[in-house]
Design a binder for this molecule. Structure first.
Ligand code: GAR
Length: 221
């Protein structure tokens, strides 16, 4: 059973999916502590409802490194092995990464390396991409640049807004984050440079999606 520390800043729907999978016996990872850098967020309410220890560590007034040092102390005090950033809207520093080398995972709502950073759904709609998705990756010192563990792809439709696309991607986030954690728990993750391999675990079928769809020729007018 892997011991998780989950860092949050918001509603915590990814946190909820992880809790749900653990409670349903589908995930060999137990949450030791949930830390929020903001007070009053719904993720804390979810922690309370499920009887999981949580605390607020406000970043305001602290240098990034000072904040991360406090974070490390809390995570170590709770015997955390794997740190999971579940909608944690802070850039982490080497202080955290050195304390948990290749043991910090982040979920990002885009198909990295496209659309790093924030406000990605509007950027994707505006750019006109036909596919979007989400990525779980190990965190390195860049922003959304670390080795990719798992990705899910969704189509982008003509009528999409940032909100509808966000909702479609979020559904997949809830699946792939737990899968990434489970792969870690099973010891299946092998890191080779930038590449994260999962020997012995099934990979996606050699299929494709095309959007808009390829159809038979229709007669004009
Ligand atoms: C998720 O879409 C996650 O991918 C994103 O924040 C949302 C949190 O939702 N994370 C980032 O953008 C990190 N750069 P949640 O609080 O409902 O899990």
């Amino acid at each position: 059973m892997v011991k998780l520390g989950v860092l949050v800043s918001g509603s915590g729907s990814n946190l909820h999916a992880i809790i749900d999978n653990f409670e349903g016996g589908r995930l060999d990872a137990r949450i030791q502590i949930i830390v929020s850098n903001l007070s009053g967020v719904y993720a804390l309410e979810r922690a309370r409802k499920h009887g999981i220890p949580s605390l607020v560590l406000l970043h305001k007034g602290l240098k990034r490194e000072e904040f991360d040092q406090k974070l490390v102390e809390v995570l170590k005090a709770h015997d955390v092995e794997l740190v999971v950033l579940a909608g944690f809207m802070r850039i982490v520093t080497p202080v955290l990464l050195r304390a948990f080398p290749m043991r910090v995972m982040n979920i990002h709502p885009a198909l990295l390396p496209a659309f790093p950073g924030t406000h990605v759904w509007q950027a994707e709609v505006d750019y006109g991409v036909k596919f979007a998705g989400c990525t779980v990756h190990f965190v390195d010192e860049g922003t959304d640049t670390g080795p990719i563990i798992i990705q899910a792809v969704v189509p982008v439709y003509d009528e999409d807004t940032a909100d509808t696309l966000n909702a479609r991607i979020l559904k997949q986030e809830h699946k792939i984050f737990s899968q990434a954690i489970q792969l870690y728990a099973e010891g299946r993750i092998k890191i080779q440079g930038r590449r994260v391999l999962t020997p012995g675990h099934p990979q996606a079928a050699d299929e494709f999606m095309i959007n808009p769809a390829v159809t038979e020729k229709r007669s004009a007018g």
